[in-house]
Design a protein around this ligand. Structure first.
Ligand code: SF4
Length: 209
């Protein structure tokens, strides 16, 4: 990566971390994927029960593989015969791994969801939430972050899951009410009542979408 981009991302990450602190959340900066993985594992005590949403960024830094192979109790909803039981178990997990669809320079997280298990568990349930966030997800303000979530993250996710939405065909949001819409719930996380619950690892890389 170009050294000017690295410097810019380091400086911007410090602003995001201050914003998170002002919102009772904790931020960290990782210079690369390896450092992000190390930091995430430091935040997860051995023996923890771990659930996750569709966090592509957590896969990309090797975190999902590490916790599946480590001394943890990983709740694998995709592999579970009873998906509802696995989902209900996830609400009581020690750790929830997530990424975010977008976030602001002053620490607000924006997430949209179709089934809404992911946004509901970010809001409440698991004791600790760990976000893995590439610097490509950081936007200037809530409007820009919302636009990113609706016009970048959502169309790519709709295509990924083969959903019949206008954005999966055109690449941008039509504010649809399609039965397949993945924009059923939109969560703006602007403060955490619970100190020590929400942790955001900012990674100097392009992760997820
Ligand atoms: S509202 Fe519909 S068109 Fe817009 S991003 Fe969501 S699913 Fe796509």
């Amino acid at each position: 990566m170009n050294e000017n981009i690295i410097k810019r991302n380091e400086l911007l990450a410090q602003k995001v971390i201050k914003g998170l602190e002002s919102r009772n959340m904790t931020g960290y900066y990782a210079a690369d994927k390896e450092e992000a993985l190390k930091k995430a594992l430091e935040l997860i005590p051995e023996g923890s029960s771990i659930a996750m949403g569709g966090a592509m960024s957590a896969h990309e830094i090797g975190l999902v593989e590490a916790v599946k192979n480590g001394n943890y109790s990983f709740i694998d909803r995709d592999a579970a015969a009873d998906k509802r039981a696995a989902m209900m178990e996830s609400y009581d997990a020690d750790i929830f791994l997530a990424s975010t669809n977008a976030m602001t320079e002053d620490g607000v997280l924006i997430n949209i969801d179709g089934n809404s298990n992911r946004v509901s568990m970010i809001a409440q349930g698991p004791k600790k939430v760990i976000f893995i966030v590439g610097m490509n997800k950081v936007c200037s303000d809530v409007d820009a972050a919302m636009k990113r979530a609706r016009n970048v993250a959502a169309p790519i996710n709709a295509q990924r899951f083969g959903l019949q939405t206008p954005c999966s065909k055109t690449g941008s949001c039509f504010n649809c009410k399609s039965p397949d819409t993945i924009c059923c719930q939109i969560l703006i996380t602007r403060y955490s009542r619970h100190a020590g619950r929400i942790h955001v690892i900012l990674v100097n890389d392009t992760l997820g979408f």
